[in-house]
Design a protein around this ligand. Structure first.
Ligand code: ADP
Ligand code: ADP
Length: 230
């Protein structure tokens, strides 16, 4: 079964007349690396917020491991699917890097020892071991992004969703983040779903690609299918 499925899903914000998502259908399988492409406003962020129940569809449904997201399973769903938002400042709240990355595991009710070991492991995986005692707000853009990723990683999700993880980074910073993402997939088997404007990176990274336009999925296929020359 797919790890994530959206069925006939539509969504509008509040009393906005614009449908941010229109009849979305998709399946994502365990271990896949998937990329979403589309202009600003196409609906990528809105779609991502349906993958762990931050938003609730107006029509249709969102399923995780074949089970419709509901009040009953929402806390499980949030542990299975972690989201790294585009602006790390929205996600970074604690005074030190260590406390920030520990926030999720502490909330999960894990022992202090388990929290410490997860924080250490996550910081090593994203290559920022040594910055534990620094204030996350005074780090570079790339380092902040790693702190946000580590915070999600420390909860050991099966799926990590990243909204434009390389936005605002220089080419080297972007490459470093992509290496971290590849490692999470390859070494830990985490399913990766990301959005990006970096079209050159997509065929190198993604198994499958979704093209979004005005709230719809306009095309989907393997990287080979989507990027083939006409
Ligand atoms: P993308 O991530 O592809 O840039 P979004 O999902 O952010 O696209 O936006 C999809 C549509 O929903 C756009 O028309 C956008 O203006 C609208 N939208 C996004 N967030 C909100 C919000 N909080 N309230 C009202 N409309 C929103
Ligand atoms: P209430 O209406 O009592 O505030 P909700 O059922 O709207 O409660 O939601 C409780 C939490 O569970 C919210 O975070 C909501 O986003 C999430 N949730 C509930 N049902 C669904 C669903 N079918 N799909 C996605 N998220 C859901």
């Amino acid at each position: 079964t797919p790890i994530i499925e959206l069925r006939n899903l539509s969504y509008s914000y509040g009393n906005s007349k614009i449908e941010a998502l229109k009849d979305i259908n998709l399946k994502i399988y365990p271990g896949e690396k998937v990329a979403f492409l589309g202009a600003n406003g196409a609906g990528k962020s809105t779609l991502f917020k349906h993958l762990n129940g931050i938003l609730k569809p107006n029509l249709g449904e969102a399923l995780v491991h074949g089970e419709k997201i509901s009040k009953k399973n929402i806390s499980n769903v949030r542990q299975t699917v972690g989201i790294v938002f585009q602006n790390p400042d929205d996600q970074i709240l604690a005074p030190t890097v260590e406390q920030d990355v520990a926030f999720g595991p502490v909330n999960m009710g894990l022992s202090e020892k388990e929290v410490d070991s997860r924080v250490k492991e996550a910081l090593e995986l994203v290559n920022i071991a040594g910055l534990e005692d620094r204030s996350p707000h005074h780090l570079s853009g790339g380092q902040k992004k790693r702190v946000a990723i580590a915070g999600i990683l420390a909860m050991r999700p099966e799926v990590i969703v990243l909204d434009e993880p390389t936005a605002g980074l220089d080419p080297r910073g972007a490459e470093n983040i992509m290496n971290v993402i590849e490692k999470m997939n390859h070494d830990l088997g985490i399913t990766i779903i990301l959005s990006t404007h970096d079209v050159d990176m997509v065929p190198l990274f993604a198994d499958r690609v979704f093209l979004m336009h005005h709230g719809r999925i306009e095309a989907q296929g393997t990287s080979k299918e989507i990027f083939k020359q006409p």
